[in-house]
Ligand binder design. Structure first.
Ligand SMILES: Nc1nc2c(ncn2[C@@H]2O[C@H](COP(=O)(O)OP(=O)(O)OP(=O)(O)O)[C@@H](O)[C@H]2O)c(=O)[nH]1
Ligand SMILES: [Mg+2]
Length: 314
C-alpha cells in the first residue's frame, strides 16, 4: 500500500527556500540585511493596511477586527501617523522617527497613543503598538491617515517628484514645499486641459432653505438675516484684500479670482436680502410664490431689516 504523495509546498514555503538559498549565495554581501529582513518577514503574520478617505471609518474597522477599542475614533481625532498594531507579550507603544531610535509613547486610557513621545506627526515614520491579542496573532493591522488629509497630500506629491520639501533646521522645523520642474510641467498640462465640470457650491444655508417648509417660518427669517450679515462680512474681507493686493504686481494676476468671489458674494447677499423684503404690511417676510400674503413672518418694526435693505447690494 502506497501512502498519499506529500502536499506540494505552499508559495510561502517556496519563497522561504529561495530566500534561504540567496542568503547562502550572497552571505556576507551588501544584500544580506535586505535578505534577512525578507526572511524574517515571511515568518511574521500577514500585514493588512486599512486605507481610505478621511473619517471614513478606518480606525473603527480596525477596532472591530481586533475586538477592542485600540485606535482612537473620536469625532475630532485624526489618524495622523501610520500605526501598526501587532500581537505582543506586553502592551507597548513605540514611535519610530524618520531619524533616530524609536521612543516609547504614553498609552491613553483606551490603549491608543496619547502623545508621540515628544515628536511631531510629520517627524514620525510610524507608531508600533504591541498588544496581546489573539486577533493580531494571525495578522498585523496597519491604520493609515485619511487619504485626502491636507498634511499627507503634499508628502504624496513629493514622493511623486512633483514637489520638493525643505525643512527648517531650527525652530518649529516647518516644511516648505516647492514645485519641481516635473511638477510645473504637470501643472501646465492640467491648465491646458478642458474643464467640463460645472462649479460646485456647498452651502448649508441653501440646504436649510430647501427644507424650509419642515421648519418654522421664523427659521427662514433668522437664516436670511444671518446670511445677509455673513455675506456682508465676507464682502468686506474681500474688498480689503482687493485694496491690499491690487497694487502688488507679483500677485495682481491671480487676484482676478477675487472678482469672481466678490460677484458671488454680492449675488448671495442680493438673494438673502430679497427674502427679507417687506410686503404690503411693511413687515419683513419670506416671499412665497404660493401665498405671498400669508408668509409674513417677521416682527413688526424690525429696524435691522430696513437697514438691511438700505445697505443691500449694489
Ligand atoms: N454611522 C456610522 N458611523 C461610523 C461608522 N464607522 C465609523 N463611524 C464614525 O465615524 C467617525 C470617524 O470614524 P473613524 O473610525 O475615526 O474614521 P477614520 O477613517 O479612522 O478617520 P481618520 O483617521 O480621521 O481619517 C467616528 O465618529 C465613528 O464612530 C459606520 O459604519 N457608521
Ligand atoms: Mg482613524
Amino acid at each position: 500500500m502506497t501512502g498519499r504523495p506529500p502536499p506540494p509546498p505552499s508559495l510561502v514555503d517556496r519563497v522561504r527556500g529561495l530566500v534561504h538559498r540567496a542568503c547562502v549565495v550572497y552571505g556576507g554581501g551588501p544584500a544580506m540585511p535586505e535578505l534577512q529582513a525578507a526572511a524574517a518577514r515571511l515568518d511574521e503574520p500577514l500585514r493588512v493596511a486599512i486605507a481610505g478617505r478621511l473619517k471614513s471609518g478606518k480606525s473603527t474597522l480596525l477596532n472591530a477586527l481586533v475586538g477592542q477599542e485600540l485606535a482612537a475614533t473620536d469625532a475630532g481625532e485624526c489618524t495622523r501617523v501610520v500605526t501598526w498594531y501587532r500581537d505582543g507579550h506586553t502592551y507597548r507603544i513605540l514611535a519610530h522617527p524618520h531619524n533616530g531610535p524609536p521612543r516609547p509613547v504614553t498609552p491613553g486610557p483606551t490603549g491608543a497613543a496619547r502623545d508621540l513621545g515628544g515628536l511631531r506627526p510629520e517627524d514620525v515614520d510610524r507608531l508600533v503598538v504591541d498588544w496581546p491579542s489573539a486577533a493580531l496573532r494571525s495578522m498585523t493591522l496597519i491604520d493609515t491617515p485619511g487619504l485626502d488629509s491636507l498634511s499627507s497630500e503634499p508628502v504624496r506629491l513629493a514622493e511623486l517628484g512633483l514637489l520638493k520639501a525643505e525643512t527648517e533646521n531650527g525652530g518649529r522645523r516647518r516644511r516648505t514645499f516647492h514645485l519641481t520642474e516635473t511638477g510645473r510641467d504637470e501643472l501646465r498640462e492640467w491648465l491646458a486641459e478642458p474643464t467640463p465640470e460645472h462649479f460646485q457650491m456647498r452651502d448649508i444655508a441653501e440646504l436649510k432653505l430647501f427644507f424650509n417648509e419642515v421648519g418654522e417660518p421664523d427659521d427662514v427669517v433668522r437664516l436670511a438675516r444671518e446670511q445677509v450679515q455673513a455675506h456682508r462680512e465676507r464682502i468686506a474681507v474681500y474688498e480689503d484684500m482687493q485694496k491690499r493686493y491690487d497694487e502688488i504686481d507679483a500677485v495682481a494676476r491671480r487676484m482676478v479670482t477675487l472678482r469672481l468671489g466678490l460677484e458671488m458674494e454680492h449675488a448671495a447677499l442680493r438673494f438673502w436680502s430679497s427674502l427679507l423684503e417687506p410686503g404690503l404690511d411693511a413687515r419683513p417676510r419670506v416671499r412665497s410664490a404660493r401665498s405671498p400674503r400669508r408668509s409674513g413672518v417677521g416682527r413688526e418694526g424690525d429696524d435691522e431689516h430696513h437697514e438691511g435693505r438700505r445697505r443691500g447690494p449694489r
